[in-house]
Ligand binder design. Structure first.
Ligand code: ADP
Ligand code: MG
Length: 355
């Protein structure tokens, strides 16, 4: 832990009954950083966030915020949620239906017994920051989904917590608003010099919003890094598959040369790629190729094969070609419509990972 660390989670484990959900998670959030907690549904993202917030009880490990232990199983420390000084934004927003926007946002200050005058000033400042000051007297049911979401963020920010925790904050917005809200939310966090841990199951949202990504898989962090590292240098099949749009094909290792290997695919193709497995020659392995790495090409060569194009779909900004290769479907992107038939496809070795 360095002095730039604002939130530190060490070896946190939590079970529901006999069912282990978090299996020893360690992570750090630095001051001013936006970190995404990414993972498939059920991987433990919400549970980890709630354990940090003090809403779930881990059985081992520790959590430190700004140098202060708020949970430590070994030392018997367990500071109650309302004393942890964290801003929380829930997936459901969790606004009080019978309180106005003003009173919803004022609630954390009331809880902390802030005087009425100062409370008014701070609530109006938070509402103004989020473009909500003209809605202060409305009730939640009189607001759009996007406005409700901003109220829940204003409520989390109103007492300047050093860390805010957001659980799928954009998931209730429609697709178009969601894409705009990514940039808006990131800017807000950066401009207000907050440190944020954001849960999402959407890899493009995580890449767009964060300085770093932690990818959870079954209650453990499978890999962490910058968006570029997570996308470009996956260490495991799970990470490669989760982070992009991929062709995944099974086969056996045919040859090994240092950091590269040849995989003889069950579909009849043989391709060289970056070796990410210790499997020996003859053993089963799997090739992962990002769809944008595969290309149509003119004729034979290394890492090329002539296979059957069955469909050419127009996606607006590009075409997607669907090929049949043995029992595999192979997807390739390009600029022009192509008629069905046999075509040469290239899978450049630098864009093939072998796990
Ligand atoms: N209160 C609970 N009691 C029992 N099991 C739970 C409870 N909450 C969550 N779980 C289980 O814990 C696992 C992780 O859940 P969760 O943290 O919500 O995942 P995520 O947010 O990544 O989708 C899931 O298998 C879920 O069914
Ligand atoms: Mg969740």
């Amino acid at each position: 832990m360095t002095d730039k660390t604002i939130l530190s989670v060490d070896n946190l484990a939590l079970s529901y009954g006999s069912n282990p959900i978090l299996k020893g998670v360690s992570m750090q959030l630095r001051r001013g950083e936006v970190v995404s907690l990414l993972g498939p549904s059920g991987s433990g993202k919400t549970t980890l966030l709630r354990a940090v917030a003090g809403l779930e009880q881990p059985h081992t490990g520790s959590v430190t915020i700004a140098g202060r232990a708020i949970y430590d199983a070994a030392a018997g420390i367990d500071i109650p949620a309302e004393k942890r000084d964290l801003g929380l934004v829930f997936q459901s927003y969790a606004l009080w239906p019978h309180k106005t926007v003003f009173d919803n946002v004022a609630y954390p200050l009331k809880l902390r017994k802030v005087a009425a005058g100062e409370m008014g000033t701070r609530v109006h400042a938070a509402l103004k920051n989020l473009g909500l000051d003209h809605l202060a007297e409305r009730y939640p049911h009189q607001l759009s989904g996007g406005q409700q979401q901003r109220v829940s963020i204003a409520r989390a920010l109103v007492y300047n917590p050093p860390v805010i925790l957001l659980d799928e904050p954009l998931s209730n917005l429609d697709a178009k608003m969601r894409e705009e809200a990514r940039a808006w939310l990131r800017n807000l966090i950066v401009e207000m010099q907050l440190s944020a841990l954001v849960v999402t199951h959407d890899q493009s949202e995580a890449m767009a919003m964060s300085d770093r990504i932690l990818l959870l898989n079954g209650g453990v962090i499978e890999q962490q890094g910058t968006p570029q590292e997570m996308y470009g240098q996956p260490q495991t099949h799970f990470v490669a598959d989760f982070m992009g749009s991929n062709n995944v094909m099974k086969g056996r290792i045919g040859d090994i040369r240092g950091g590269e290997a040849r995989i003889d695919l069950d579909n009849g193709m043989a391709v060289w790629g970056l070796r990410r497995t210790n499997a020996a020659i003859g053993h089963e392995a799997c090739a992962v190729v990002r769809v944008e790495q595969a290309q149509l090409c003119e004729g034979p060569g290394d890492n090329r094969a002539e296979i059957e194009l069955v469909t050419s779909m127009f996606l607006g900004d590009r075409f997607e070609y669907v090929f049949h290769a043995g029992d595999d479907l192979l997807r390739v992107w390009g600029k022009t419509h192509e008629a069905p038939g046999r075509r040469w496809v290239s899978l450049p070795a630098g864009g093939v990972w072998i796990f």
